[in-house]
Design a binder for this molecule. Structure first.
Ligand SMILES: C[S@@+](CC[C@H](N)C(=O)[O-])C[C@H]1O[C@@H](n2cnc3c(N)ncnc32)[C@H](O)[C@@H]1O
Length: 186
């Protein structure tokens, strides 16, 4: 069902959905691996789709940790909302600062992204990345997967440290970028 829903959304809006099938559990585990669950108070997930990463966030978060899920597709967002009603939801990832304030969150410890950045115009990439930078705590992590190395330079310019992992067991194989904001917040 999830795969069919995802494929139908891809056929209607290939640029925004960016993939024909949801990510694998191998990729999901690589995405959540850097999270220190005992310390995470606020987490954002951008581009949740059918919720493969959302499930891991929901299963592992400590009580009191706020998770804000961003998904622009109404059907997929409402489906996640009914599966995980204790999480918070917003449509557009470019409104991360607005959403953060509306949920009374000062800054995020972790921001996970499944957004297909390479399909976006540069202006939208910049807008989303500026929001990510501002909403991330000093020392916080932005963890994003991409199917190419196209975003590497832009991420290295924005973050103090960028670590790259390759996950072959995904369709298509993916790179996970783990980007650390400096402790000084600059
Ligand atoms: C490649 S899919 C990843 C879905 C899921 N995280 C996974 O890994 O299976 C990208 C998702 O980002 C969503 N998306 C695209 N642009 C968005 C935006 N500006 N704000 C929020 N979600 C967006 C799409 O609707 C789609 O569900």
């Amino acid at each position: 069902m999830e795969k069919l829903l995802f494929l139908s959304k891809f056929l209607r809006s290939p640029k925004h959905v960016g993939s024909v099938t949801p990510s694998s559990h191998f990729l999901a585990r690589a995405m959540v691996n850097p999270i220190d669950w005992s310390k995470a108070e606020n987490i954002a997930e951008l581009g949740a789709g059918t919720g493969i990463f959302t499930r891991y966030l929901h299963e592992n978060k400590q009580p009191g940790c706020k998770v804000v899920v961003f998904e622009r597709d109404t059907n997929m967002r409402e489906r996640l909302q009914s599966m995980y009603p204790d999480l918070h939801y917003h449509d557009n990832a470019s409104e991360i600062l607005l959403a953060m304030k509306s949920y009374g969150i000062e800054q995020f410890d972790y921001i996970l992204s499944g957004l297909p950045f390479t399909n976006f115009p540069q202006t939208l990439r910049n807008q989303i990345m500026q929001g990510v930078e501002k909403s991330l705590k000093p020392g916080g992590l932005f963890i994003a997967f991409q199917y190419s190395l196209q975003m590497r330079k832009q991420l290295e310019e924005r973050f103090e440290q960028v670590r790259l992992n390759f996950v072959p067991l995904n369709v298509p194989p993916a790179f996970v970028y783990t980007c650390k904001k400096s402790e000084s917040g600059n």
